[in-house]
Design a protein around this ligand. Structure first.
Ligand code: SF4
Ligand code: SF4
Length: 185
Protein backbone atom coordinates (compact mmCIF):
# COMPACT_ATOMS: atom_id res chain seq x y z
CA UNK A 1 0.00 0.00 0.00
CA UNK A 2 1.03 3.57 -0.67
CA UNK A 3 1.90 5.74 2.30
CA UNK A 4 -1.02 7.89 3.44
CA UNK A 5 0.78 11.08 2.46
CA UNK A 6 1.31 9.74 -1.10
CA UNK A 7 -2.37 8.90 -1.40
CA UNK A 8 -3.37 12.37 -0.21
CA UNK A 9 -1.08 14.00 -2.79
CA UNK A 10 -2.44 11.78 -5.59
CA UNK A 11 -6.03 12.60 -4.63
CA UNK A 12 -5.24 16.31 -4.51
CA UNK A 13 -3.71 15.96 -8.02
CA UNK A 14 -7.01 14.70 -9.38
CA UNK A 15 -9.04 17.40 -7.62
CA UNK A 16 -10.41 15.08 -4.96
CA UNK A 17 -10.77 16.10 -1.32
CA UNK A 18 -8.46 13.40 0.04
CA UNK A 19 -9.80 13.87 3.54
CA UNK A 20 -13.27 12.62 2.70
CA UNK A 21 -12.48 9.32 1.00
CA UNK A 22 -9.75 8.46 3.48
CA UNK A 23 -11.92 9.44 6.44
CA UNK A 24 -14.75 7.33 5.01
CA UNK A 25 -12.49 4.28 4.74
CA UNK A 26 -11.19 4.94 8.24
CA UNK A 27 -14.70 5.18 9.73
CA UNK A 28 -15.48 1.74 8.27
CA UNK A 29 -12.14 0.21 9.20
CA UNK A 30 -12.91 -1.15 12.66
CA UNK A 31 -16.49 -2.32 12.27
CA UNK A 32 -17.95 -5.44 10.67
CA UNK A 33 -21.57 -6.52 10.10
CA UNK A 34 -21.52 -8.75 13.21
CA UNK A 35 -19.34 -8.61 16.31
CA UNK A 36 -17.99 -12.00 15.23
CA UNK A 37 -16.65 -12.99 11.82
CA UNK A 38 -19.75 -13.29 9.66
CA UNK A 39 -17.65 -14.90 6.90
CA UNK A 40 -17.65 -18.08 8.99
CA UNK A 41 -21.44 -18.30 8.51
CA UNK A 42 -21.39 -18.35 4.75
CA UNK A 43 -17.85 -19.26 3.70
CA UNK A 44 -17.27 -15.56 2.92
CA UNK A 45 -19.82 -15.71 0.11
CA UNK A 46 -19.43 -12.02 -0.77
CA UNK A 47 -15.73 -12.60 -1.53
CA UNK A 48 -16.38 -15.62 -3.75
CA UNK A 49 -14.87 -15.22 -7.19
CA UNK A 50 -16.62 -15.78 -10.50
CA UNK A 51 -15.84 -18.54 -13.01
CA UNK A 52 -12.71 -16.61 -14.01
CA UNK A 53 -11.48 -16.62 -10.42
CA UNK A 54 -12.25 -12.92 -9.89
CA UNK A 55 -14.76 -10.82 -7.99
CA UNK A 56 -15.24 -7.11 -8.35
CA UNK A 57 -16.63 -3.95 -6.78
CA UNK A 58 -16.86 -0.37 -7.98
CA UNK A 59 -14.59 2.19 -6.41
CA UNK A 60 -15.87 5.49 -5.06
CA UNK A 61 -14.66 8.61 -6.87
CA UNK A 62 -11.01 9.19 -6.02
CA UNK A 63 -10.66 5.86 -4.22
CA UNK A 64 -8.39 4.62 -7.02
CA UNK A 65 -5.62 6.68 -5.42
CA UNK A 66 -5.54 3.98 -2.73
CA UNK A 67 -4.70 1.42 -5.45
CA UNK A 68 -1.89 3.05 -7.43
CA UNK A 69 0.25 0.24 -6.05
CA UNK A 70 -2.12 -2.68 -6.44
CA UNK A 71 -2.05 -5.29 -3.68
CA UNK A 72 -1.34 -8.86 -4.80
CA UNK A 73 -4.27 -10.28 -6.78
CA UNK A 74 -6.04 -6.93 -7.33
CA UNK A 75 -6.70 -5.40 -10.77
CA UNK A 76 -8.48 -2.25 -11.97
CA UNK A 77 -10.87 -2.23 -14.95
CA UNK A 78 -12.93 0.49 -16.60
CA UNK A 79 -16.62 -0.08 -15.87
CA UNK A 80 -19.38 2.31 -16.92
CA UNK A 81 -22.29 0.14 -15.78
CA UNK A 82 -23.21 2.59 -13.00
CA UNK A 83 -21.32 5.81 -13.74
CA UNK A 84 -19.34 7.01 -16.75
CA UNK A 85 -15.61 6.50 -16.15
CA UNK A 86 -16.32 4.06 -13.30
CA UNK A 87 -13.56 1.79 -12.04
CA UNK A 88 -14.04 -1.80 -10.99
CA UNK A 89 -11.53 -3.26 -8.55
CA UNK A 90 -11.24 -7.01 -8.88
CA UNK A 91 -9.67 -9.39 -6.38
CA UNK A 92 -9.02 -13.09 -6.02
CA UNK A 93 -11.23 -13.60 -2.96
CA UNK A 94 -8.87 -12.73 -0.11
CA UNK A 95 -7.42 -9.42 1.05
CA UNK A 96 -5.88 -7.60 3.99
CA UNK A 97 -8.43 -5.50 5.83
CA UNK A 98 -6.71 -2.17 5.10
CA UNK A 99 -6.80 -2.83 1.34
CA UNK A 100 -10.58 -3.37 1.27
CA UNK A 101 -12.58 -0.89 -0.80
CA UNK A 102 -15.48 1.03 0.71
CA UNK A 103 -18.01 -1.10 -1.19
CA UNK A 104 -16.79 -4.18 0.70
CA UNK A 105 -16.55 -2.37 4.04
CA UNK A 106 -20.23 -1.41 3.98
CA UNK A 107 -21.68 -4.65 2.53
CA UNK A 108 -24.44 -5.90 3.01
CA UNK A 109 -25.55 -2.27 3.41
CA UNK A 110 -25.38 0.38 0.71
CA UNK A 111 -25.03 4.12 1.08
CA UNK A 112 -28.09 6.13 0.04
CA UNK A 113 -28.70 9.85 -0.34
CA UNK A 114 -31.81 10.13 1.85
CA UNK A 115 -31.61 12.31 4.97
CA UNK A 116 -28.35 13.83 3.80
CA UNK A 117 -26.73 10.38 3.80
CA UNK A 118 -28.05 7.09 5.15
CA UNK A 119 -27.76 3.33 4.63
CA UNK A 120 -30.10 0.50 3.78
CA UNK A 121 -29.80 -3.20 3.08
CA UNK A 122 -28.38 -3.64 -0.41
CA UNK A 123 -30.91 -5.70 -2.40
CA UNK A 124 -28.00 -7.18 -4.38
CA UNK A 125 -26.97 -8.99 -1.18
CA UNK A 126 -30.12 -11.14 -1.05
CA UNK A 127 -28.62 -13.72 -3.38
CA UNK A 128 -25.67 -14.49 -1.11
CA UNK A 129 -25.72 -12.93 2.34
CA UNK A 130 -27.41 -14.84 5.18
CA UNK A 131 -27.59 -11.65 7.27
CA UNK A 132 -30.27 -10.16 5.03
CA UNK A 133 -33.03 -12.23 6.65
CA UNK A 134 -32.54 -10.58 10.05
CA UNK A 135 -32.64 -7.08 8.58
CA UNK A 136 -30.78 -4.00 9.82
CA UNK A 137 -31.73 -4.91 13.40
CA UNK A 138 -29.66 -8.08 13.14
CA UNK A 139 -26.46 -6.19 12.28
CA UNK A 140 -23.99 -4.89 14.85
CA UNK A 141 -25.25 -1.46 15.95
CA UNK A 142 -21.75 0.06 15.80
CA UNK A 143 -21.45 -1.10 12.19
CA UNK A 144 -24.75 0.51 11.21
CA UNK A 145 -23.91 3.74 13.09
CA UNK A 146 -20.47 3.96 11.45
CA UNK A 147 -21.97 3.30 8.02
CA UNK A 148 -24.59 6.05 8.56
CA UNK A 149 -21.94 8.54 9.61
CA UNK A 150 -19.84 7.54 6.61
CA UNK A 151 -22.81 8.07 4.29
CA UNK A 152 -23.25 11.63 5.64
CA UNK A 153 -19.58 12.31 5.17
CA UNK A 154 -19.60 11.04 1.57
CA UNK A 155 -22.71 13.05 0.73
CA UNK A 156 -20.78 16.21 1.66
CA UNK A 157 -18.54 15.60 -1.37
CA UNK A 158 -20.26 16.38 -4.71
CA UNK A 159 -18.53 13.57 -6.64
CA UNK A 160 -19.29 10.96 -3.98
CA UNK A 161 -22.87 12.25 -3.63
CA UNK A 162 -23.37 11.90 -7.40
CA UNK A 163 -21.92 8.37 -7.27
CA UNK A 164 -24.25 7.39 -4.41
CA UNK A 165 -27.27 8.75 -6.32
CA UNK A 166 -26.22 6.95 -9.51
CA UNK A 167 -25.83 3.71 -7.60
CA UNK A 168 -29.27 4.15 -6.03
CA UNK A 169 -30.77 4.62 -9.50
CA UNK A 170 -28.91 1.58 -10.78
CA UNK A 171 -30.15 -0.63 -7.93
CA UNK A 172 -33.68 0.74 -8.35
CA UNK A 173 -33.63 -0.31 -12.01
CA UNK A 174 -32.18 -3.72 -11.13
CA UNK A 175 -34.92 -4.40 -8.64
CA UNK A 176 -37.82 -2.86 -10.54
CA UNK A 177 -40.74 -5.26 -10.84
CA UNK A 178 -41.44 -6.27 -14.46
CA UNK A 179 -44.94 -4.77 -14.22
CA UNK A 180 -43.68 -1.43 -12.81
CA UNK A 181 -43.33 1.01 -15.70
CA UNK A 182 -42.87 4.00 -13.39
CA UNK A 183 -46.32 5.39 -14.19
CA UNK A 184 -49.19 6.25 -11.84
CA UNK A 185 -52.36 4.14 -11.54
S1 SF4 B 1 -22.07 -12.61 2.56
FE1 SF4 B 1 -22.84 -11.50 4.35
S2 SF4 B 1 -22.51 -12.92 6.08
FE2 SF4 B 1 -21.21 -13.60 4.38
S3 SF4 B 1 -19.22 -12.59 4.73
FE3 SF4 B 1 -20.40 -11.28 3.33
S4 SF4 B 1 -21.41 -9.79 4.69
FE4 SF4 B 1 -20.73 -11.51 5.99
S1 SF4 C 1 -11.62 -6.93 -1.82
FE1 SF4 C 1 -11.45 -8.24 -0.02
S2 SF4 C 1 -13.42 -7.98 1.04
FE2 SF4 C 1 -13.69 -7.24 -1.07
S3 SF4 C 1 -14.50 -9.01 -2.22
FE3 SF4 C 1 -12.24 -9.00 -2.44
S4 SF4 C 1 -11.50 -10.34 -0.83
FE4 SF4 C 1 -13.60 -9.78 -0.29
Amino acid sequence: MKALSDMILQMADCGMDAGIILAAREKMSRVTPLVRDCGALCGAACCATDEDGRGGMLLFPGEEACYRALPEGFMLHADDSVVPDGLLLTCEGTCARDTRPLACRVFPLMFVSENGGDVRLDPRAWALCPLMNSGMEGLWGDFVDAARKTARLLMADPACAAFIRAQEDYVKELTRAPWDDGGMA
